[in-house]
Every structure is written in structure tokens, then in C-alpha cells.
Design a binder for this molecule. Structure first.
Ligand SMILES: Nc1nc2c(ncn2[C@@H]2O[C@H](COP(=O)(O)OP(=O)(O)OP(=O)(O)O)[C@@H](O)[C@H]2O)c(=O)[nH]1
Length: 380
């Protein structure tokens, strides 16, 4: 079977791997989707194993073997214990773990970039508590960092059987819309679990808002006791018009992560997103980055000037008060910055990196500081 016929979208020489960020409500099937995508890519001719990064610190089991796993770097249970005085709940613990991991995300990027010539796809599995990734600073930093170095697409995984009610469908689409506008990245709606519930109804609602409004009108709760349309019904009717515009910018595919149906179409949609990324998103990202760097440079210059002025004024006062002490003044910059690089030894581990023939990196958890209670992995 040729690569094309089998659903493979071969990458030209020099083409960067596509990064797929999977996002979705808890239970939508993200992990099962990543596992099926992984096996689909392995089964292509030629095989195209993806590079997988698990970003869910609280997951107890992943049905695939990630190349990089946040759990190797941050121990979620320990984070919860460590921050007990802050009364962190489970979501606070996941967020803190993600924040800690994000401080080392440059290493993750380096590891991914080292594989850029040999992989076609990089896949990120995100925490089930969707808002932790989509609305946190860490989630934004990770998304921006990945999207600045590799073509990136968001795969928004939807639990199709649980989205057949018009109100639920609309809530899910509004959520997708908010993520699209937040990330500004190419976006694929992935209707999962089509083995249980085909996604035709969703495509129909997305392509014809009158169909959606008709479904709304017949739905329970559409009218009040007097037979008038309820407030919710009117609101959803109006919003369906707004969403009509949003749907035009989206690709939608139906998949079953259990049977593997639809994965060929999914990869085609991913490849279509590459063009979108290069044409629409990359120039915008570069413009935003240049703007950010300029603002940062200006702020740093200003901060430097302010602190220099403060030091000089303090020094002048000090010398005036203590002329003898001023003679002993000296400053050795080498001495001051000698020990500054303390944390460079914390390393993110690529589980699949070969050390010797047939020997893989074994992640052992070593505690760095007694007070820290965070287990940073070390090889060997
Ligand atoms: N029938 C069917 N079940 C599926 C499919 N995909 C996932 N599931 C089931 O849906 C449930 C949730 O799947 P997960 O992959 O754990 O979902 P998740 O989004 O990673 O869940 P969180 O980790 O809580 O965010 C599991 O019982 C899966 O077996 C599918 O395509 N078809």
C-alpha cells in the first residue's frame, strides 16, 4: 500500500513535523485518541511513529508510551503534599505541577527539535481538566512556545454521543470557539466515538443554522408554560447565527478512537492546517513576537536605568555619611554571579533516547532538595 493510499501524508525533506495539541473535556477520549493516532501512524507504509508528550501530571495510566512524560519531572502527589498549607485542591495541584514543568519547557522544545528531522508528527496530550490547560499562563506559554517553533494545530476532541442535545452541542462549540480565539491556531473539531454515534447531525447543524434552530425548537425546554420561546431558546437561536461565522474557519472530522475510522481524514485535515499555519498564523506569530521583544527590551532598559539611578543616589548618601568606608568600596561582578546557574542540572528526560545499543534511558526519581519535595528525574 502506498503512503498516500494508507492515509500517510509524507513529509518532504526540510518540512517541519506537525504538532498536534489534543484538547478536550474530561472523558472526551483524548488519551484513547492519542493512542489510536499513535498506532495508526505506526501502521502506515512507511511507518511514521509520532513523538508524544504527556502533559497530564495526574493521569494514572496512559494507553501509549510517551517520549516525554510530565510525571517523570513533577510528582503530582508530592506537589499536593508540599502545598498542603495552600489548601490546593486537585485542580490547583495539576496547575502547580504544570507551572513547574513549564519552567523547563525550553528543554522539551530542544528535545523535540532534535527529532525534527526524523518525525512527521509531534503529539501533545493535555490534562482532562480542560480549563487548566486552556486558561492558564502555563498552557498559553506551552502552546505559544510550540507554535513558534513548529507548525501546530489544535485537535479539539468532542464526545459525540454526549453532544447530541442542541444545548450541549452549542456549549461545546462555544468552548471550542473560545479556545480558537485564545490560541489563534489552526483548529480541527474531532467528533470522537462515531462508532457509538455518527457525527452527521453535527455537520448538518454546522453547515445550516436553520437545521440547528429547528432542532432547538423541538427540544424539551424550548417553550415556557405559556408556549412562548424560553429565554435560553432565544439566546441559543441568536448565538447559532454568531457561530455560523465561526464554523467557516474550522475543519471537522469524525473519528472512532476504538475502531480507527476517520484517522486518514484526520491526517488530511492536519496537513491542510499546515498551509493555514504558514499562511495565516506564522506571520501573525512573528509580528506578535517582535512586538513582545521590543516591549520587553524597552521595559528592561527602563528598569536598568531606574535601578542604576537608585544605586547612585544611595551611594551618594552613603559616601556623604561615611567618607572613610567609601574608600573600601569595591565590586567584583565575577564573584557576584559565580553561583547563579544552580538549576541547570534539572533535566527533562526523553524516554526513547538510546544510550547504548538496545539500552534506553531509565528514569529514576531523585530528590533535588529536601525542602523541595519535587522529584526531578536524572538518567542512570
Ligand atoms: N466507544 C468509544 N469509546 C471511546 C472512544 N474513545 C474513547 N472512548 C472511551 O471513553 C472513555 C474516556 O476515554 P479517555 O481516553 O480516558 O478520555 P480522556 O479525554 O483522556 O479522559 P481524561 O483523562 O479524563 O481527560 C474511555 O472509557 C474510553 O474507552 C471511541 O472512539 N469510541
Amino acid at each position: 500500500m502506498s503512503a498516500e493510499a494508507s492515509g500517510s501524508v509524507p513529509i518532504d525533506n526540510g518540512k517541519k513535523p506537525m504538532t498536534i495539541i489534543t484538547i478536550g473535556m474530561a472523558g472526551a477520549g483524548k488519551s484513547t485518541f492519542v493512542q489510536r493516532l499513535n498506532s495508526h501512524l505506526h501502521a502506515l507504509d512507511p511507518p511514521s511513529p509520532p513523538y508524544i508528550v504527556n502533559l497530564d501530571p495526574a493521569v494514572t495510566y496512559t494507553p501509549y508510551e510517551p517520549n516525554i512524560d510530565i510525571r517523570d519531572t513533577v510528582n503530582y502527589q508530592e506537589v499536593m503534599k508540599q502545598f498542603v498549607s495552600y489548601n490546593l485542591g486537585p485542580n490547583g495541584g495539576i496547575l502547580t505541577a504544570l507551572n513547574l514543568f513549564t519552567t523547563k519547557f525550553d528543554q522539551v522544545l530542544t528535545l523535540i527539535e532534535q527529532r525534527a528531522d526524523s518525525v512527521d508528527y509531534v503529539v501533545l496530550d493535555t490534562p482532562g481538566q480542560i480549563e487548566i490547560f486552556t486558561w492558564s499562563a502555563s498552557g498559553a506559554i506551552i502552546t505559544d512556545a510550540v507554535a513558534s517553533s513548529l507548525p501546530t494545530v489544535v485537535a479539539y476532541i468532542i464526545d459525540t454521543p454526549r453532544t447530541t442535545a442542541p444545548a450541549t452541542f452549542m456549549s461545546n462549540m462555544l468552548y471550542a470557539c473560545s479556545i480558537l480565539y485564545k490560541t489563534k491556531l489552526p483548529f480541527i473539531l474531532v467528533f470522537n466515538k462515531t462508532d457509538v454515534q455518527p457525527h452527521d447531525f453535527a455537520l448538518e447543524w454546522m453547515s445550516d443554522f436553520e437545521e440547528f434552530q429547528a432542532a432547538l425548537a423541538t427540544h424539551e425546554g424550548a417553550r415556557d408554560a405559556e408556549g412562548e420561546p424560553t429565554y435560553m431558546n432565544s439566546l441559543m437561536n441568536s448565538m447559532s447565527l454568531v457561530l455560523d461565522e465561526f464554523y467557516k474557519n474550522l475543519k471537522a472530522v469524525g473519528v472512532s478512537s476504538v475502531t480507527g475510522d476517520g484517522f486518514k481524514e484526520f491526517l488530511e485535515a492536519v496537513e491542510g492546517s499546515r498551509e493555514e499555519y504558514e499562511k495565516d498564523y506564522l506571520p501573525e506569530l512573528q509580528r506578535a513576537r517582535t512586538q513582545r521583544e521590543k516591549t520587553l527590551a524597552r521595559a528592561q532598559e527602563q528598569a536598568k536605568a531606574d535601578s542604576m539611578a537608585r544605586v547612585m543616589s544611595d551611594l551618594a548618601i552613603d559616601r556623604e555619611r561615611n567618607p572613610a568606608g567609601a574608600l573600601a568600596d569595591h565590586w567584583d561582578p565575577e564573584e557576584e554571579f559565580a553561583d547563579d546557574d544552580e538549576d541547570t542540572e534539572i533535566n527533562i528526560i526523553d524516554r526513547s533516547e538510546e544510550r547504548g545499543p538496545g539500552e534506553f534511558v531509565d528514569v529514576t526519581r531523585a530528590q533535588r532538595h529536601e525542602r523541595e519535595h519535587i522529584n526531578w528525574p536524572r538518567p542512570g
